[in-house]
Design a protein around this ligand. Sequence first.
Ligand code: NAD
Length: 329
Amino acid sequence: MAILVSGGAGYIGSHMVLELLDRGEKVVVLDDLSTGFWWAVPQEATLVRGDMGDQALVERTIAEHGITEIAHFAARIVVPDSVSDPLGYYLNNTVKTRALLESAVRGGVKHVIFSSTAAVYGEPPVSPVPEEIALNPINPYGRSKLMSEWMLGDVARAHGLTYVALRYFNVAGADPRGRSGQSSANATHLIKVASQAALGQRAGLDIFGTDYATPDGTCVRDYIHVTDLARAHLAALDHLRAGGENLTLNCGYGRGYSVKEVVEVVKQVSGVDFPVRLSPRRDGDPAALVAKADRIRSELGWQPEHDDLTEIVTQALAWEESLRKRNAS
Ligand SMILES: NC(=O)c1ccc[n+]([C@@H]2O[C@H](COP(=O)([O-])OP(=O)(O)OC[C@H]3O[C@@H](n4cnc5c(N)ncnc54)[C@H](O)[C@@H]3O)[C@@H](O)[C@H]2O)c1
């Protein structure tokens, strides 16, 4: 029995791998290293370098390692890129997810945990956002993920595998023990960008839009610590192994912070008053995106342990500092 982690060399997948190894699971990572890093995969896990769309490779891997579950993180994730390259996003995120699912069915995989996203909601009319609201993604990235959710549901019904789809809100922070973090140089995540600004790796930071209908006019988001998110996946795995039913769940804390509040915390924790520019709104940014977050607690018994913005920022900054040393050496 082993679990295949697609995208396990990436930001969130690498944290999942650490949590799985910490509790003694056998882990195989499948990653093409397009945005992930070989060094993010601990030696205790097997790294298969390849494309999730390569069915011969995936089917061989499933058979050789006795894979019974897949945690499927692999995807391209940059929303503006998905607008300029929709076919590339539909190919990688949707068409190759289809291939992965077919390989899973052929290989007799029992359970799948899928990385979905709050982007499936688009610009929701309510906040916090419940899972059952109408889905209306507004960019190719969100649509590529929603199509994968639908496919997974259909495949599960037809072939008897079970799944949990987790819709992440804004993922942030780094492993509290400093073993992994967000390592992509071009990441656009606010806390990552603000940390880079605090360390002098960027000239400053833009706040896009200051006239939203929010308490301070800037966008409000629900930031979830990446380790809490990885543990939500463990809880989902346990649920499925115990014979639990298919679920689609928000992953967030149900508490939002504005961009200005986040920037303030990064300045306080780092002690650096980096330059901030107030810029016009970007297209497609909803004013507030906060999870209605009770279903995951009641269904999976998941309890966050790191729901503290200062802790998230402290660990993100520590990871950025260690990345800087790694890149300098
Ligand atoms: N980061 C966030 O805030 C966020 C929010 C919502 C959902 N998600 C979802 O979480 C998942 C992981 O995101 P992340 O932030 O860790 O991104 P990431 O770019 O760090 O990780 C993605 C990984 O997938 C690999 N990959 C991509 N295409 C592949 C392919 N065809 N075959 C094999 N490997 C491939 C990449 O090399 C990388 O290691 C994605 O599915 C994303 O849609 C992320």
